[in-house]
Ligand binder design. Structure first.
Ligand code: ZN
Length: 375
């Protein structure tokens, strides 16, 4: 059974990896673990179906004619340092490959009666027609405060509240019980079509002007990438919060043709505590190679072990541990240790990371990590 790691698609927001290294943690975990398994580089995955993206495009469109897909691609490319594009390429949640798979999966789920298209009462903004939530809050698309009731055809899934949304099988490694509880609170009817300017167009299903909910599309993007790599299990990196937000909507889009998507939950890395990190590097006279390895390889992997997040108080100890391990490296890594780490990675067990006998044989010989983020 082959396990391939993919990053949970990153929202194409307003940041660069140099400014916000935390945004790259999922990408780096996937890269590091795929390298341990000798898997060829996978694409970096991006989420472009966002309301913020709609607003940004409209604002820009008022001044210059700009194609949305091209704009998203340009903004994604600008997040990487010049000349440092990912070797496995990139894939967004609206690429033709993802759209085609989404329509194929949706068609099959409709035929199986798992999904339904039927008139559903929703609330629309009285000015722009954007689908708003049930509450009396202003339209997030145009700011208008009045909504109106409307019954329109939508794609939806009704779930049996007695059935859990997530089970242990949906996780790579330890399943956070707390997350399974939160996901279980999702509404019984999940509407999967949305009003957005950009996304997987549901016109072929007779839902003109609607796109597939991005929370479903994210899962499909991972499966599309997994298909390229012939993976049996696609382990998608995600934080607890992100997983809780997307899991229910993604439930029916987490397996396809023998490939299964599971969540590899990680915590946060305290990169924002830059003074702490900078002081640590200075006091311990850490050379740039070790800094890079620590910030871009070791800490992301630590965050997969520490699902509640790596704490700033742990940084000094972790740095010391990594430096010792680098000194214990041998010219040729020990096969048995590497194989031990591989088996653990496939099984979702991260204890090898803090095993002083194993770690020296798994550390990449030269850090050739993408993104250039060094905290
Ligand atoms: Zn509106």
């Amino acid at each position: 059974m082959s396990v391939v790691f993919f990053n949970g698609p990153v929202q194409n927001g307003d940041f660069t990896f140099a400014d916000r290294p935390g945004k790259a943690v999922g990408i780096r975990i996937a890269e590091a673990l795929n390298t341990v398994l000798s898997t060829p580089p996978v694409p970096h995955l991006w989420n472009t179906t966002t309301l913020a993206g709609d607003l940004r495009h409209r604002e820009l469109g008022a001044r210059e004619a700009v194609d949305r897909q091209a704009l998203e691609a340009r903004l994604i490319a600008a997040k990487y340092p010049p000349g440092d594009a990912p070797s496995g390429g990139m894939l967004t949640d609206t690429d033709p490959e993802v759209s085609a798979l989404a329509l194929e999966m949706t068609g099959r789920l409709l035929a199986d009666g798992v999904l339904t298209i039927a008139p559903v009462p929703v609330r629309l903004c009285a000015r722009c027609g954007h689908m708003t939530g049930a509450g009396p809050h202003p339209c997030r698309s145009c700011g208008h405060t009045v909504t109106r009731a409307h019954t329109g055809r939508h794609l939806f899934a009704d779930r049996d509240p007695a059935q859990p949304v997530l089970t242990r099988e949906d996780f790579h490694g330890r399943a956070p019980a707390h997350l399974m509880d939160i996901a279980g609170n999702a509404p019984e009817r999940l509407i999967l079509s949305r009003t957005r300017d950009h996304g997987i167009d549901l016109t072929p299903l007779g839902l003109d002007g609607l796109v597939l909910d991005p929370r479903a599309a994210l899962h499909i993007a991972v499966l599309a990438a997994a298909r390229r790599h012939g993976a049996d299990v696609a382990a998608m990196t995600t934080t607890l919060g992100a997983a809780a937000h997307i899991a229910a909507h993604g439930r029916h889009f987490a397996r396809h043709d023998g490939t299964r998507l599971v969540y590899a939950v990680h915590g946060r890395v305290p990169y924002d505590d830059t003074t702490h990190l900078a002081k640590l590097y200075r006091v311990h006279r850490v050379d740039p190679e070790i800094r890079d390895l620590f910030a871009n390889w070791f800490l992301p992997l630590c965050s997969l072990r520490e699902k509640a997040g790596v704490q700033a108080a742990q940084l000094a100890g972790l740095l010391k541990f990594l430096r010792r391990a680098t000194l214990a490296r041998t010219a040729v890594p020990q096969d048995t240790s590497l194989e031990q780490a591989r088996q653990a990675v496939r099984a979702g067990d991260m204890r090898w990371l803090m095993d002083a006998r194993v770690l020296p044989h798994v550390i990449p010989p030269t850090p050739t990590l993408e993104g250039g983020a060094n905290g």
